[in-house]
Design a protein around this ligand. Structure first.
Ligand SMILES: [Zn+2]
Length: 327
């Protein structure tokens, strides 16, 4: 896949191409925006372009920057094995730890001379000591290393880290590129239009919701799960399914996120039910945040079931923290 194959985000791609062409590459970028809009994909493509042996980075060229797909670097990246690209992702509830960051910087320092890229996805999952260590690194960035920080919630990052990054703010896609992305899955246009209304221009979220619909047997069946009491909260995980190699926490998180989108997708067009759906989606996003960090997976799924079946939201707001084990 080339840089051009990241669909949507045209202005950002053009702008990054110009910056790369003139070799005005910053040592750190923060790709910020909602989940499911293609931040990780863009970061991968930026990394490939920066590392490609034949890409016109720094040539003064104004054209789109694309990795060639053929050189040794591109091939190593395609096989997922390139020593100059390091991806830091969070492991279970611990987040990204300082030891992992230090070890990665040490291994990169053995490759001085080349350009190297570090992707941190998502940056808000850096544990506090790791965030402080990263800040020190960004204060005196090693030559040739480009950091690509991804964040769904930049407000949770240290402001001192943000101020040392070039910020690239990414928003939801408009309908046309959104449908284009979905067509590659493939998802047909009429389902695509419905999904756009349901999740906004977030193709990543739309694909997960579409898969949940297929898994449950259609809109009515998923709406039923969203609107009725769940006997065993563990059963909810079947909605998002097992993408393979996921931990319990990742599966629970995917479940909570897809159910949040489903609540919103099946909200009534008018009346108090519409307001209630918005409120429930907000409460579920709190549960997701808790599940992301440290919450017990079982408690988070129980809380999710409580939110789905709740009729009295006032009561729920009082009970929810206790059921998450935080009260
Ligand atoms: Zn190449």
């Amino acid at each position: 896949m080339s840089f051009d194959e990241v669909l949507g985000h045209d202005t950002i791609r053009q702008c990054m191409s110009r910056v790369f062409g003139r070799d005005r590459i910053s040592h750190a970028y923060l790709l910020a925006g909602p989940e499911g809009i293609g931040k990780s994909l863009l970061a991968q493509q930026l990394a490939k372009t920066l590392l490609c042996n034949r890409s016109p980075v720094g040539s003064g060229a104004q054209q789109r920057m694309n990795p060639c797909g053929e050189c040794g670097s591109c091939q190593a990246l395609a096989s997922g094995n390139h020593g100059a690209l390091q991806i830091l992702a969070s492991v279970e509830s611990r987040g990204i730890e300082v030891g992992t960051l230090r070890e990665m910087m040490r291994s990169l320092s053995l490759r001085s001379g080349d350009r190297r890229v570090v992707v941190i996805d998502p940056a808000e999952r850096l544990a506090e000591p790791a965030a402080n260590a990263l800040l020190k690194i960004l204060e005196e960035p090693p030559a040739g290393v480009v950091f690509l920080l991804i964040s769904h919630r930049p407000a949770q990052l240290l402001s001192t880290i943000i101020s040392r990054c070039q910020r690239v703010t990414m928003g939801p896609l408009t309908l046309e590129p959104f449908l284009e992305v979905l067509a590659t899955v493939p998802i047909d246009e009429s389902s695509g239009r419905w999904l756009f209304g349901a999740v906004g221009g977030r193709p990543g979220a739309a694909i997960l919701l579409q898969q949940a619909l297929e898994r449950c047997g259609g809109e009515e069946a998923l709406a039923q799960i969203v609107h009725s009491a769940v006997r065993d909260p563990r059963d909810l995980v079947a909605v998002a399914g097992d993408a393979g190699g996921q931990t319990d926490r990742e599966m629970a998180l995917a479940t909570i996120r897809v159910l949040t989108d489903a609540i919103w997708a099946f909200r009534p067009a008018v009346g108090p039910g519409r307001w209630q759906a918005a409120e429930k989606a907000t409460l579920l996003s709190h549960v997701a945040r808790h599940a992301e960090r440290s919450g017990s997976v079982d408690l988070c799924l129980e809380a999710t079931a409580m939110v789905l079946s709740a009729t009295d939201l006032e009561q729920l707001r009082i009970r929810l923290p206790r059921s998450l084990g935080v009260a």
